[in-house]
Ligand binder design. Structure first.
Ligand SMILES: [Zn+2]
Length: 266
């Protein structure tokens, strides 16, 4: 019966908005369930996702956990208390990071090595946190699957749908591409988060500036760019957000970042 009211509410919202763009019919519990299923699937696929064991790489994880906690404690992150936040390092020389719903953040070793300072890495992690906090994955799913598949699922006619959706979400960081506006929103919120910490908020633009400086801005082989469209436009929007959130100077924490890099396996 609860599902029925949920469905009714959904239909009313559809009628009211006429658009799926900002809708999300999944609950916070759904969101956490998706995240936990994806986390389990990733753990079981070390050939695709060679995760560094936190017990064996305590120093590296102490840095990453500290960075994530600093951001979550900024007072700016939605669901900072509700979601089960976890960060993992993927041991591969790849310039990428991705997020799973409900609080799971993954950063590749190659990206950590590529960046220059902790503010830049905090910017990347903040961007991924923002995708989660704004529930972009389930918002995209709502949009992609449309009313019929979702009503089937809500009415219990296709209970396997959850498993299929979780598999699709876990099928790779890129299989469910975020929209351009999602990316801009994640950039904007990342600047907002960092502006409420000791970090230099312009660290959010650091990755893109380095890519442009290296002449790789249009490189289609770069994994990050396949899921994170880049452009000078994006750097400019980050700088505008920085001004809007108070032009905080902050610190890059470059010296401390060397310790993190040195703690990673070669
Ligand atoms: Zn993104």
């Amino acid at each position: 019966m609860k599902n029925f009211y949920y469905l009714l509410l959904t239909v009313v919202l559809f009628a009211a908005c006429g658009t799926l763009n900002q809708m999300n019919i999944f609950s916070i519990e759904d969101e956490k369930n998706f995240g936990n299923q994806m986390y389990a699937q990733i753990q079981e696929a070390p050939q695709d996702y060679p995760i560094l064991d936190p017990a064996k790489h305590a120093v590296a994880y102490s840095h990453l956990n500290r960075i994530m906690l600093t951001l979550l404690n900024s007072g700016q992150v939605n669901y900072a208390k509700e979601f089960e936040w976890t960060i993992r390092i993927v041991d591969a020389d790849v310039l990428n990071a991705f997020a799973c719903p409900g609080g799971k953040v993954y950063v590749y070793k190659g990206l950590i090595n590529f960046l220059d300072n902790e503010a830049q890495l905090a910017g990347v992690i903040a961007h991924e946190i923002a995708h989660i906090a704004n529930r972009h994955s389930t918002r995209q799913l709502t949009k992609q699957y449309g009313l019929s598949a979702l009503t089937d699922m809500l009415l219990g006619q296709n209970p396997n749908q959850y498993v299929q959706l979780a598999a699709q979400l876990a099928g790779g960081a890129g299989s469910l591409a975020f929209s351009r506006s999602d990316e801009y929103e994640a950039d904007n919120n990342a600047v907002k988060y960092l502006s409420a910490t000791d970090y230099n908020p312009l660290g959010v633009a650091g990755f893109f500036q380095k890519m442009v400086a290296n002449g790789q801005a249009g490189g289609s082989a770069i994994t990050w760019l396949s899921t994170h469209p880049s452009s000078p436009d994006r750097i400019q929007k980050i700088q505008e957000a920085w001004t809007a959130y108070g032009s905080k100077k902050g610190d890059d924490f470059a010296a401390r970042y060397v310790q993190l890099k040195n703690s990673l396996p070669k």
